[in-house]
Each structure stands twice: as C-alpha cells, then as structure tokens.
Design a protein around this ligand. Sequence first.
Ligand code: GDP
Length: 774
Amino acid sequence: MSSVLNRSVSTMNGGGVGGPVGGGAALGLHGSGVIGARHLREASTSSPLQIFVRAKKKINDIYQEIEEYVAETSLFLQGLHSDRRLVGEKEVEEFSAYSCRVAGIKEVLARDHMKVAFFGRTSNGKSTVINAMLGDKILPSGIGHTTNCFLQVEGIDSNEPYLTTEGSTEKQNIRGIGQLAHALCNNRLGDSTLVRIHWPKTRCPLLRDDVVLVDSPGIDVSESLDDWIDKHCLDADVFVLVANSESTLMNTEKNFFHKVSSRLSKPNIFILQNRWDMAASEPEFLNEVRKQHMERTLGFLVDELKVVAGPQAEQRVFFVSAKETLHQRLSEAKGQPNNTSGYPEGFASRYMEFGEFERRFEECISKTAVVTKFQQHTQRGNTIVSEIGQGVSRVMERAWEAREEKMKEREQLWARLDHTEQELHELTSQMKEKICTIVEDVERRVSNALNEEIRRLSVLVDEFAEPFHPDPLVLNVFKRTLHAHVEAGLGSNLRARLSSALALNVESNQAEMTNRMLALLGKEKREIATTLLPRREPFEILYRLNCENLCADFQEDIEFRFSLGLVSLVQRVLGRASSRITNSRHKENIPRSVPLTPLTPSNEPPQFGIPQDDWSIISRFAVASVGSQGTMGLALALGLMFKTVGWRLIVLTGGVYGCLYAYERLTWTNKARERVFKKQYVDHATRKLRLIVDLTSHNCSHQVQQELSGTFARLCRLVDESTSEMQRDVRNLEREVQQMEDVSAGAKKLRNKAQYLGSELTTFYQTYLSQDHD
Ligand code: GDP
C-alpha cells in the first residue's frame, strides 16, 4: 500500500498535476496511505508558510530595533537642539517624524498576514474548499447556506471562537457552524460587507501560520464586483477560483479575474476544478474531460490573463473534491483514518491532488506575501536608516568641525595669553624703570626750582605791599598775611616753573603706558576698557609749603639801635664770631635725613651748635659787662684821650658821633622798620625753606610716582581681568572641545548602528526577497 502512496506522491511532486492522475490505481488505495500524506503535510517543519512566518518575525525584530534606534537618535538630537550649529530645528522635526513613520510601519507589519481570497459561482464549493483546508467545518456550506457576504477566517490565540462585523469591535459568540449560519442570517449585511471569524489557532494549523482565508459571495449573484475588488482583493496574495468541473469556466468567472488583473499586476491565481468526484461516475470520459478543462483553463490563465507562463500555469490548476477532502480530514480528526470505502473511485488521487494544491498554494502565498508585504517595508526601513545615518553623519562631521574650530580658537587664545603674560612682565619691569627715572627727574627739578625760588624770596617778600606798622597786634596780622603771600607766591611760581612741564611729562607717560597696556588687550576689549577707564582730572602737583607753620617761630627785631653804639659794636663783633662758630657747627650738624612730617614742622627752631637764645645771652652779658664798668672805663678812656689827642679832637669826634646818632635816629622810620623786618623775615624763611627742599621735592616726586603707579596698577588690573577672562575662555573652549568630541562619538555610534541596521535589512532582503533566493 505504502509503495503505491509513494509512487503517487512522487508523481505529484515530480510530474506536477498537469497530467491525468492514475485514478484507477489510486482507487485501490488504502486509507492508511492517505493518512500518511496528511501527516506529512502537518508534521512538516519546513512548511513553505514558515518562510513568511520567519520573515515576519525577522522584519518585526528589525523594526523593533529601528524603532529603538529612532527613539535613541531623536533623544540624542534633542539633546543637541540648543546648539544650532550641530542640528537645526527643521532637522530635529524631520527626525522626530521618523518615529511616527516607523511606528506606522510596525503597526502594519504586526497586522500583516498572508491573505487568500476564494471566488467562484454560488455553490461551486468555496466554503467547502476553505473548510477542507482548515480541516474543520467552520464556514456554513450547502444549498441553504449560501454565503451572501465576505467571510474572513483568521486565527486567534484564545480557545473561544467569535465573530466581528465590519465597523464594530463587538465580539459575537459562535460555538459552531449552526450558530455561525444563524448569526449570519440574522445579520442583514450587504454583499461587500466583511464578517471576520476569529477561530482558535490551536484548531487549525493553517491559521497558526498567519494565513487568512476569505470566502466571497458567488460572483454570479453579485453586481458590485468592482467594489469587491477595491475592498477585499487589492491586498490578497493569492486568488483561488473554485470552478465546477461539471461545467466549463463561465464568463462571469473570467470577467471577474479580468477586472482583478487590470487592477493588480499579475495576480497569483489558482483554479480548483472542484466536484471532480462527480466525474468518477463516468470514468471513460475522465481523461478527456480533464484534458479539455485543462486546455481551456490554461488558455484563460496564459493567453487571456497573461498572469503566468505556460509551464508554471499547469501547477496552478487542480482537479479536486473539496467535499471528499473535508470529509476525510474530519474522519481523521475523529480518529477514523482508514474508512475510505465510501468514496467514489479515484478518491486517493483527488485527495492527493488537493494536498498538492495546498503545497503549491502555500509556497506561492508565502513567497508572494513576503514580497508584497515586506519588500516595501524593507525598502522603507532602508531609506529611513540610511537617511538617519546620513543625518547623524552630518551631525558627526559638524561636531568634528566645531571641535577643530574650538581647538584652533583655544590654541590662538593660549598663544595670546602667553604673549600677554610675557608682554605684561616685560612692560612691568620697563614701566618700573621708567617711573623711577621720572621720579628722580621730578625730584631734581622740584629741588632746583625750589632752591631758585628760595634765592628769589626777597623779591617775593618785597612785592608784599600791605601797610606795615610796628604795633604788635597789627604786626601779627601783617606776619600772617605775609606767610600766606609767600606761600601763595612760592606755590604759583613753582607751578609756573614746573607744573605744566611735569603734568605734560606725566600725562605723556600715562598715555604711552595706557597705549602699550591696551595693546595687550583684544580690539573689542580695548574699546570696552577705554570706556571703562575712569576719566581723571589733569594731574597737578601739590607743593604744600606751609609757611605759616614753617615760619611760626619768626621773631622780628625792629628796635632802634645806633649802628656805632657800644651794644651794636659788641653784638657785631660777637655776631661775626658766633656766625663763624655757628657755620662750623652747622656743617657738622646738618641732619642727614629729612624729617618725615614736613607739613608740621616743629615750632622749635633748629638748634645748630649753640642755640640762638644762648647767643643773645652772650651778647647781653657782653653789653651788661660793658655798662657796669662804664663810668670807670669812660673816665679812664676820656682821661687817656685828653692826654694823647687833645680835647679838640675829642669834641670833634663827639660832634660827628652825635650827628651820626641824630641822623640814624631820624631815619629810623616805619619804612626802615619794614625793610629790616622783611630782611629778617627773608633770612628766616630762607633758612627754614632750605630745610624742607629735599622733603618737598621728595614729596612731589612721590606724588608723581603715585600718579604713574596708580595708572599702571589700574591698567594692570584691566590686563589681569582680560587674562583671567582669557583663561576662563580657554577653560570653556576645552569643555566645548570635549563636548564636541562626545557629540561626535555619540553620532558615530549612531551612524554605525544605522549601518548595522542597513546590513540587517540587506541580509533580510537577500534571505527572503532577492531573486537568488527563489
Ligand atoms: P459555495 O456556495 O461556493 O460556498 O458552495 P458550498 O461550499 O456551500 O457548497 C455547495 C454544495 O456543494 C454543498 O452542498 C456541498 O456539499 C457541495 N459540494 C461542495 N464541494 C463538493 C464536491 O467536491 N463534490 C460534491 N459532490 N459536492 C460538493
């Protein structure tokens, strides 16, 4: 028995189904052989449908990765959004749009299945064929159960079948075929309406493999064929025309497929010549009828529709009995596989041919569905990942360019920083030297000018024209005013001599300093710094000669003294001697260091050798000693003179002496007193002022030093600020360089991932879609 089966199977596989199957030989087949074939089909792990199942799983997995990749890329780009150089707003929007596109494709992919649509005239056995393929009586069939709408059978994971009608998600209960027929009768649906029957996958191997079967109303009874095609046929992978082998192919059937092939390019059409069991009653015509059917059907497929080439067309036409197949499969399911005696002759052959149809159909639908469903998705996926890859490559390039730019900027800034620091160092030492030179020069000039002015002090004092009066009160006022006059005069004379030259010198040096320092700043910074530099009053030296304090100890001596009087003579003699002593002592006692507080000179006059008071004591002592012995001395002197020169000469001398006295006494006017006063004042002030020459010149040079150092310090601060700003900029640039490196590395990773996904899609294409695969 099994050898016959094997022969039959090999005939089917090798020779195809074009030729007449050995009906007579097959008639003697035992049921066990049929069962074997059935089991072969079910147990086949390499079912052609698995191609689609595996491809679907693979493409879904790839799209899952693409979705994650798109999300990762979007996140990455959104992170860069703030940096317009790297990614523009439009690009971010474009990238976010990819996630919607991928989600849409994923959704379609999840729904994708292999769809087979059955067409034919009423009662040709469409429902019976579907039931036979599913191995269960799912669809109502028979004269009374004519399908008047589209019925789509699809698998579900649960064990309870249900149906849903178009436009509703309500699950309607169906427990069996009777209930389904009843449910369909209750639904007054149009013939284009779709009713979906959700059947447990566990009960039908075909449904497990993602095949969806669609039964249609008879094409002979419906007028809305165009609607049908648009609604239900455009996404079908395979069309099965269930024809009645008892009659020839009708025009209605042919017209329908003409319409289909005008909308779809080369649809996959299988033609089942059903009810072939009926031909068994007339075995003498069997081969002839089969041949005739075959010729006409092939003529329709090859010549009229031109959907398939001649040799392949023979593998699209099968002579079967759906009723027998269904019956046999139901018996097998009930555990009665050997009961084949009730079938007409040639059952085994018809049964095998049905199996062969299924195999060819599975091969065809699987390959077609992979192409129709996944080819476009593969191309779209490729486009998406390559566009994203290009996008992230652009970001990577931009980030790298930005990094290069930042590095260049950083190098330049470093060089500028180094240069500025070096220049500042050099400039600082140069400026220090320059300030020292200027300060020394100022000190020298002030000292010279002050000495000159001191020498010309008498002129200044003589210019003082306030009325003079010896009265102590008036004299005090006169003295104070004279102090002020001398102070103002000296000040203005010094200013006239020095100020403009010094100020010019200081300002020109300040300007030079400023220019050189500002040159260290960048152009922008220089402009800002120029506006920031405080506007200063023109520099002016303060001489600070406080004559009132300096000459506070001045004590005038404007008492009348006869120039030839004894006291005067003694004083003159003693004065000369004392001046000699004083000078010699003075030389020894000149203080080497100038007092530090010149503006508050001590009221005590300086003590050079013997103090002034001591000298007046000496002179008074001399005068007093002369006065106490006057009478005795005068008597002795006169006695001696009388004896030696005679009295005439004495009288003459006395007369001349008296006249001189009278003259001097008469000319001792206020004017004379003022002259003496001023002379004494000049002497005193000269002495005092000489003491503070060094101090004043030092003070002035100090002011200049302060001014220049202050300016330099301010400029240094500006340069320091600028250098610390540059250091901050360098740090920022370093951070930015690092950021750009990170961005570039991130973009590179994403680009590589795009390449990986692209290669995955290419592998998918080569495995499932390329011509080589076929
Ligand atoms: P549909 O209207 O095209 O769906 O046809 P059905 O599947 O409802 O079948 C109509 C009638 O034809 C039913 O009574 C079936 O039992 C019968 N039928 C279907 N296929 C065959 C077959 O291969 N041989 C015979 N003898 N009857 C069949």
